[in-house]
Design a protein around this ligand. Structure first.
Ligand code: NAD
Ligand code: 3PG
Length: 534
């Protein structure tokens, strides 16, 4: 039975899903870091929100951990590289709280414009002051959106319906997407200069850390108001406090904070009661969003523990389900070729793997195929230590160079995948194709063949000599082993030759030994005599 830790608050519906799937669940929001580190080794899966820190220290102790589910969007509390090294799948549930974050942003902008929280607080303190809490309209004002993704784009639509002019900065967004939204994409500095409201909707990255600091506040309008419902570290809090102090900008609405939870001792913004609105990271905290992210996270943890791939992976390439289904035959083909290669030559130290994709295969993202190939080649050597998450990392760690390329398939075949393996001993090549009748092996070390890519095989590399084929055939016949298919090729008379046989039953070690002895008697310089079951 798998054991799952839920270390932050999620909706009960998510916990029920885990239990119904037969998981043992520990629900421990708010547990101490010490207890967390002491017990993390027990768990196969963990569900977190933004409060649990899954850094290298924690992940190094998580010896059984297979999957981390982030019930929410931002995953800056998870060390992705470290999780990847350990082969731990990490996924998030990025759409479940989008609308809640959008609506919170709109609420913050309106509250900031109309002093709603301040007036409410005053009235609760028995103060009626209509003059002090006079506001401004948002209609006709310019909203500058930094990060026009899921949340930013929806904020744009809502702001436009309020009669605002919306401009944005997002260097990674396809311009057509912004065009469709009728939002001009402008340089960062220009957005800051023009905006009456600046709202942040970027992830936390090296580039977006303190994306608003002294320099940026200095170029904003004095009347500008700033909204942050993205990540606390996107704003340099001290610089924001100074900008407010020196009237460089007018106000701010802040949902996410550099240090959470916020305390009077760690946040200089608390003193600006009239100009700063603060909420306690509530953007994604609605009944609907909590249900959405909790249900999805729980379903996905169960699914990954049942050996499926997550829908929104963070450390393997994502593919939409339709594309994945269409590419699946090629993922299976490359895996079969990798299994074949591993059984044939995996005992030799691998130096390089090259994979060539031809024909229809090139309509699809190659990454999942290449990852599957690397996994299938290294799996027999590394047992279950390798999966799609850490395959590339392990290959790099072992000094194996990897190359992907595209080839033209000139023949009639609609698709072809060719893998080339370089080991300390030699170079080997296999090619295969996917046909309606199944997977076919179409080339081995330059020899054109056409064999079913499953079953039992004997491969012999030798120096071309009369008598070899007969000797092998008769030895197998004596032992009642039927040859279903056989193909032979050579470079020239008396040159390097290769024989590929598909047989109906497994030859014993003794039979293989006898074949070897017969070939030695013929003095054929046998370079390879392998039996493989695929
Ligand atoms: N307050 C909350 O409770 C809450 C809730 C949900 C999401 N969030 C946060 O909101 C943020 C946005 O979420 P999303 O779902 O819209 O993400 P998203 O990935 O859909 O959008 C982020 C956008 O930022 C852009 N971007 C990245 N780097 C940039 C840069 N240097 N300059 C300008 N743009 C840049 C990306 O191209 C992308 O379009 C995330 O940080 C997420 O964690 C907060
Ligand atoms: O990135 C997110 O999904 C939001 O910041 C919500 O975070 P939370 O799950 O801690 O509320």
């Amino acid at each position: 039975m798998y054991k799952v830790l839920v270390s932050d608050n999620i909706a009960q519906k998510g916990i029920d899903i885990l239990k119904e799937a037969g998981m043992e669940v520990d629900f421990k929001p708010g547990q101490s870091r010490e207890e967390f580190l002491e017990t993390i080794a027990e768990y196969d899966g963990i569900i977190v929100r933004s409060m649990t820190l899954l850094d290298a220290e924690a992940l190094n102790k998580a010896k059984k951990l297979k999957v981390i589910g982030r019930a929410g969007t931002g995953y800056d509390n998870i060390d992705l590289d470290e999780a990847t090294k350990h082969g731990i799948f990490v996924f998030n549930t990025p759409t479940g709280n989008t609308i809640s974050a959008v609506e919170h942003t709109m609420g913050m902008m309106l509250s900031l414009s109309r002093n709603i929280p301040q007036a409410n607080q005053a009235l609760h303190n028995d103060i009626w002051d209509r003059k002090k809490y006079m506001g401004v309209e948002v209609k006709g004002k310019t909203l500058g959106i930094i990060g026009l993704g899921r949340i930013g784009s929806r904020v744009a639509k809502r702001a436009q319906s309020f009669g605002m002019k919306v401009i944005a900065n997002d260097p990674y967004l396809a311009p057509q997407k912004a065009e469709k939204l009728n939002v001009p994409l402008l340089p960062f500095k220009e957005v800051l200069e023009k905006a009456d409201y600046v709202t942040l909707h970027t992830p936390l990255t090296d580039e977006t850390y303190h994306i608003l600091s002294h320099k940026e506040f200095a170029i904003m309008k004095k009347s500008a108001r700033v909204i942050n419902c993205a990540r606390g570290q996107n704003i340099d809090t001290k610089a924001l406090a100074e900008a407010l102090e020196n009237d460089k900008i007018t106000g701010a609405a802040i949902d996410v904070h550099e240090e959470e939870p916020v305390k009077a001792s760690n946040n200089p913004l608390l003193k600006f009661q009239d100009r700063v609105i603060m909420t306690c990271h509530l953007g994604g905290t609605t009944t609907e969003a909590m249900d959405n992210v909790s249900i999805t996270a729980a379903e996905e943890v169960v699914s990954v523990l049942q050996s499926n791939l997550p829908e929104s992976p963070l450390n393997i390439p994502a593919m939409d389900p339709q594309e994945f289904n269409q590419a699946k035959p090629y993922i299976n083909l490359v895996t079969k070729l990798g299994n074949f290669m591993a059984k044939w030559k995996g005992h030799e130290r691998i130096e390089a793997v090259e994979v060539e994709y031809g024909g229809e295969v090139n309509q699809y993202n190659h990454k999942p195929m290449t990852l599957s190939l690397v996994k299938s080649i290294l799996e027999p050597i590394l047992d279950d230590r390798i999966n799609l998450v850490n395959a590339m990392h392990i290959a790099q760690e072992r000094g194996i160079s990897l190359k992907e390329s595209q080839i033209q398939n000139k023949g009639e075949l609609k698709n072809i995948i060719k893998i080339n393996l370089k080991t300390e001993v030699g170079q080997y090549c296999l090619a295969g194709t996917h046909l309606p009748i199944g997977f076919r092996l179409i080339e081995i070390n330059g020899l054109r063949i056409d064999l079913d890519l499953s079953g039992e095989f004997i491969i012999v590399s030798y120096q071309d000599k009369p008598g070899v084929i007969g000797k092998i055939g008769s030895t197998l016949g004596e032992e009642n082993i039927n040859i279903a298919n056989m193909q032979v090729g050579r470079q020239e008379i008396g040159g390097d030759a290769i024989m590929m046989m598909q047989i109906d039953s497994k030859p014993s070690k003794e039979i293989m030994e006898r074949i070897k002895n017969h070939l030695d008697e013929l003095n054929t310089q046998v370079k390879d005599l392998s039996y493989l079951e695929i």
